[in-house]
Design a protein around this ligand. Structure first.
Ligand SMILES: NC(=O)c1ccc[n+]([C@@H]2O[C@H](COP(=O)([O-])OP(=O)(O)OC[C@H]3O[C@@H](n4cnc5c(N)ncnc54)[C@H](O)[C@@H]3O)[C@@H](O)[C@H]2O)c1
Length: 382
C-alpha cells in the first residue's frame, strides 16, 4: 500500500504557522507573578471557570501552587481563566463532574454547580445530578488519592429560616417540592455525603456554607440581585424587585469569601465535617440595596416591583462566630467598596466605560494573597 504523503509545500506552511503560534504565545503572553511556596500543592478546583472559582484560582495560582481547573463551562467562562492558560502551573480540563475524573492532587475545592436560580432551574435534573453524582465522584477521588476536600454548600440549606441570624446548628426549613429544591436539597445531600465519607472512609472534608457573594466575574445575566441591579442601572433600565423588597440579604465581597475558603481548607476545623458559615453579617433589605446601587450608578433609574418568587427566603444573615473562633476569619471589605469594584468590572464588560476610566485589573484581589493563612504549608500531605 502506498505510503500517505503530505505535499512538501503544505507541510512547510503548516510547520511555519505552528511555529509562529508557539512564538506568539511564548513571547506575547505575560502572566501575573506567582510566589514560590515551600511546599507546592496540586490543587483541583471544580467549577474553577465560574465567578467564585476563577477568583479562588487566582489566589491559589499566585500562592505558587499547581492548579487544575475542571469545568464544563455551563455557567463558567474560559475568559475568566484565560490569563493563566499556558502557565506551567496551570491546566484546564473541560469536563462534566457528573462523569468520573481522575487526577493526582492533595486538595480539592469542589465548587462545580450552577448557583443562580434561573441557571439551576433551567435543568433541575442535571442540577441534582451535579450535586449528587458530581459530589460522589469528587469524594471518591479524594478517598483514592487521600486529598482533603472542601465542599461549597450554601445558606440556601437553611431555606426560609425560622431563626435569625442563622447558626450552623440550625437544620433549616426547606421545601422539598418547590422549584428551588433541586439546588437546596442537592446541597443538603452533598453535605451529608461529606459527613459519611468523613466518618466511614476518613476522608478529610470541609463544608463551607456560603452566603450571598458578589464581585467581578459574576455573570451579568444570571439573575442574581447585585449583578442584576448594577447592569440594569448602568444600562438606564428599571431595577426589578421581586416582592415588596422587605426581604433581607447579607452580601459579601468575593475576596472575603476566597480568604474564608482557603482558611477553612487549611484549618483543623471540621475534621468531622462540621459546616462553617462564610458570609458578611451586614444585613440590608433588598429595597435598601436597590436604592444604594441606584444612588451609586444612576440616580435616574426607576425601581419596579414585581410579584415575589416562590420560596424566596424572607431573611438571611449569617452567624459567623464559628468562622471567627476557628479560622480567625471575618469579612473586611465593606459593601460599598465591593460594589464600586463590581461596577468598575461591569462597566467594561458591558462596553460602557468612558475615556479616562482606568482599565480593569486582570486579578481582582492581589492583596488577598498576602493575607491567606500561612499555616497551610504544614497541612500539605505531600
Ligand atoms: N456566589 C454565591 O453567592 C454562592 C452562594 C452560595 C454557594 N455558592 C456555591 O459556590 C459555588 C460557585 O458558585 P458561583 O457563584 O461561582 O457560580 P458559577 O455558576 O459562576 O460557577 C459554577 C461553575 O461550575 C461549573 N459547572 C456547573 N455544572 C458543572 C458540571 N456538571 N461539571 C463541571 N462544572 C460545572 C460552571 O460552568 C461554573 O464555572 C457553587 O457550588 C455554588 O453553589 C455560591
Amino acid at each position: 500500500m502506498a505510503e500517505h504523503t503530505i505535499d512538501a509545500k503544505v507541510k512547510s506552511a503548516v510547520i511555519a504557522q505552528a511555529q509562529s503560534l508557539v512564538s506568539a504565545a511564548g513571547v506575547s503572553k505575560v502572566y501575573p507573578v506567582v510566589a514560590t511556596p515551600k511546599v507546592q500543592k496540586r490543587i483541583l478546583v471544580t467549577g474553577g471557570a465560574g465567578f467564585v472559582g476563577s477568583n479562588l484560582v487566582d489566589a491559589l495560582m499566585m500562592q505558587g501552587h499547581i492548579v487544575y481547573v475542571m469545568d464544563n463551562l455551563f455557567t463558567g467562562k474560559r475568559k475568566n481563566i484565560e490569563h493563566w492558560i499556558g502557565h506551567p502551573n496551570f491546566s484546564f480540563y473541560q469536563h462534566d463532574v457528573v462523569n468520573p475524573f481522575y487526577i493526582e492532587c492533595e486538595e480539592i475545592y469542589h465548587l462545580a454547580c450552577p448557583a443562580s436560580p434561573p441557571k439551576y432551574e433551567y435543568n433541575p435534573i442535571k442540577t441534582i445530578k451535579c450535586s449528587t453524582m458530581g459530589t460522589l465522584n469528587m469524594l471518591g477521588l479524594a478517598k483514592r488519592v487521600r486529598a482533603r476536600l472542601l465542599y461549597t454548600s450554601t445558606s440556601e440549606i437553611y431555606g426560609d429560616p425560622e431563626i435569625h441570624p442563622q447558626k450552623e446548628e440550625y437544620w433549616g426549613n426547606v421545601n422539598t417540592l418547590g422549584p428551588r429544591a433541586c439546588y437546596d436539597e442537592g446541597k443538603r445531600i452533598g453535605e451529608t455525603m461529606c459527613y459519611c465519607y468523613s466518618k466511614q472512609k476518613f476522608v478529610q472534608t470541609r463544608i463551607a456554607r456560603i452566603f450571598n457573594t458578589f464581585g467581578p466575574r459574576m455573570d451579568p445575566y444570571d439573575g442574581r440581585v447585585v449583578s442584576n441591579f448594577i447592569v440594569k442601572a448602568l444600562n438606564g433600565q428599571p431595577l426589578s424587585i421581586f416582592g415588596d423588597g422587605s426581604q433581607t440579604r447579607s452580601f459579601q465581597y468575593v475576596s472575603d469569601l476566597v480568604q474564608g475558603l482557603v482558611a477553612l481548607m487549611n484549618s483543623d476545623e471540621s475534621n468531622d465535617a462540621r459546616p462553617c458559615n462564610i458570609g458578611n453579617p451586614d444585613e440590608y433589605t433588598v429595597k435598601e440595596f436597590a436604592e444604594m446601587i441606584q444612588g451609586m450608578v444612576n440616580p435616574n433609574s426607576q425601581i419596579l416591583y414585581k410579584p415575589a418568587t416562590q420560596d424566596d427566603p424572607k431573611k438571611r444573615r449569617p452567624d459567623i462566630t464559628r468562622a471567627g473562633k476557628q479560622l480567625n476569619w471575618k469579612p473586611i471589605v465593606d459593601v460599598t467598596t465591593g460594589i464600586q469594584k463590581t461596577i468598575h468590572y461591569f462597566k467594561f464588560e458591558q462596553g460602557l466605560a468612558k475615556d479616562g476610566d482606568k482599565s480593569p485589573p486582570l486579578i481582582w484581589m492581589p492583596e488577598v494573597v498576602d493575607k491567606l493563612p500561612t499555616n497551610y504549608l504544614q497541612n500539605a500531605q505531600v
